[in-house]
Design a protein around this ligand. Structure first.
Ligand code: ADP
Ligand code: MG
Length: 457
């Protein structure tokens, strides 16, 4: 059937042009780029080429659907119902329905690091996040938890879980279109599209981008904190979020903090992000760390004694990425230092001496505080040190003053110098402001606790 129509396609559109369109420009713009894709149960799928035709699917449908159906009937004696689809959407659909394990990573490069539910070690610090992720992966229709919002400090398994969700859906629900993106990639594509629009003087690039992110069933976006505060990217993301959310599509978001602590985020979105399920992952306890190390052992041909694993698990507590880093470093070190021999505890200690310095206290400097505060508020260090006096900069700056006075031995004048203030009274004022505010402002108090945690980790 589709072949019959494909064979006669030229005849069909020539008829349409003569009988109905009668205008070369319109014909070339709207009709010529259309392509017959397939025929199923009375529906003839015709693709709209957004590179040539922009996001004009509705317009084409309104103006040309019936005339085309008539032209087809006249030329082939067949009655069909035309369904227009964007070419990119069809490509996505086809990709997901052919998927098999061998070419999975080719089609979805982000899966190449092998993260899956099977190799995620479940423990008391992450079991709720794990269970919610599995629930969403099994029911990706936006009905269980939408959005699923996972937050934690770095290296605790957010990306691992997000990849596992994506992998599970791709394998078990091949008809779902799944898109995973990092905030960084999302930001780059928005910036790139805006630039292309500007160069070409038309909005095709952004509308293509929109189609890419809005024609999906499941959108996973990793490390959302990097988008918040970046105006154009943030707006683009919220519009995408809203469009998908409204049409019941599944969203999964990860971040370094809960929505309630995203100070720069509109209240509306804080509550939107919170409206599904918000879950954190805690740093691993000793048992979890041991389980993860043993899991790594199973995948490696070099075995480490339990006392070495215990040494790693006892000393590396901050996160799992560091834990794995320490493990790998011992293997690498042993390969050079002692290629054929046994890996002993002293070798392990030696290998990790830069990693672990049990007797050395972490020294917190003013520069470090400024850096961490700037990162937390998505600002440049230089902006904090500048003379700007807008509210969104004064607050982080005063937080720096407060933390410097609490966590370092610097005098007020030294703190003023570090923050490039001319006068130490500015520091006194700033510190007092925060001291008073944290008694009444719960949210500010939380923010400062979060930053302190970051400083100490
Ligand atoms: P995040 O995205 O939170 O910064 P990742 O997901 O990148 O952290 O995790 C860091 C590393 O630790 C990855 O190699 C990941 O596979 C591993 N990892 C984290 N949590 C677990 C876990 N529960 N079981 C096994 N490996 C884990
Ligand atoms: Mg991550």
């Amino acid at each position: 059937m589709e072949n019959q129509i494909k064979d006669k396609w030229n005849e069909i559109i020539t008829y349409l042009r003569e009988e109905y369109v009668n205008n070369d420009i319109l014909f070339r713009t709207w009709i010529e780029p259309l392509e017959v894709v397939s025929y199923e149960n009375g529906d003839l799928i015709i693709s709209v080429n957004e590179e040539k035709q922009g996001d004009s699917l509705n317009l084409i449908e309104k103006k040309y659907k019936i005339p085309l159906q008539i032209a087809i009937e006249i030329k082939t004696q067949e009655q069909v119902n035309i369904v227009f689809k964007y070419k990119s959407q069809l490509n996505n659909e086809r990709v997901s329905s052919y998927i098999n394990t061998e070419n999975l990573e080719e089609k979805y490069p982000f899966l190449s690091n092998g993260h899956s539910f099977e190799n995620f070690v479940v423990s008391g610090s992450n079991n709720i996040a794990y269970a919610a992720s599995v629930a969403v992966a099994e029911n990706p229709d936006g009905q269980v938890y939408n959005p699923l919002f996972i937050y934690s400090g770095p290296g605790l398994g957010k990306t691992h879980l997000m990849h596992s969700i994506a992998r599970y859906i791709i394998q078990n629900h091949p008809d779902y279109i799944v898109t995973y993106t990092t905030s960084e990639d999302f930001t780059n594509s928005v910036v790139e599209a805006l630039r292309t629009n500007k160069q070409k003087g038309d909005p095709t690039a952004t509308s293509n981008l929109r189609k890419k992110y809005r024609n999906v069933d499941v959108l996973l976006i990793d490390d959302i904190q990097f988008i918040i505060g970046k105006d154009s990217t943030q707006i683009e993301f919220f519009n995408t979020f809203e469009a998908l959310y409204q049409s019941g599509k599944q969203l999964v978001i990860s971040s370094d903090r809960p929505p309630s602590q995203m100070e720069q985020l509109d209240m509306r979105y804080r509550s939107r992000f919170n409206s599904g399920m918000t879950i954190d992952i805690q740093p691993p306890d000793f048992e979890t760390s041991m389980a993860i190390l043993k899991n790594k052992q199973e995948q490696s041909d070099i075995k480490l004694e339990d006392n070495i694993l215990e040494y790693i698990a006892t000393n590396i507590k901050s996160n799992i990425r560091d834990l794995e880093g320490a493990y790998n470093k011992i293997l690498l070190y042993a390969r050079f230092k002692n290629p054929n021999g046994q890996i002993t505890l002293p070798i392990a200690e030696d290998a990790l001496k830069d990693f672990i310095s049990p007797n050395e206290e972490l020294i917190i400097t003013a520069d470090y505080i400024i850096e961490v505060v700037a990162e937390h508020f998505n600002l440049d260090k230089d902006t904090i040190l500048s003379t700007k006096k807008t509210k969104d900069i004064v607050l982080p700056r005063q937080i720096c003053m407060f933390l410097c006075s609490e966590m370092t031995n610097l005098t007020q004048s030294e703190i003023a110098a570090k923050l490039k203030r001319n006068n130490h009274t500015t520091v006194i004022h700033g510190v007092n402001k925060i001291k008073e505010a944290i008694h009444v402002d719960k949210e500010l108090d939380n923010t400062i606790q979060v930053i302190k945690k970051k400083l100490n980790s």
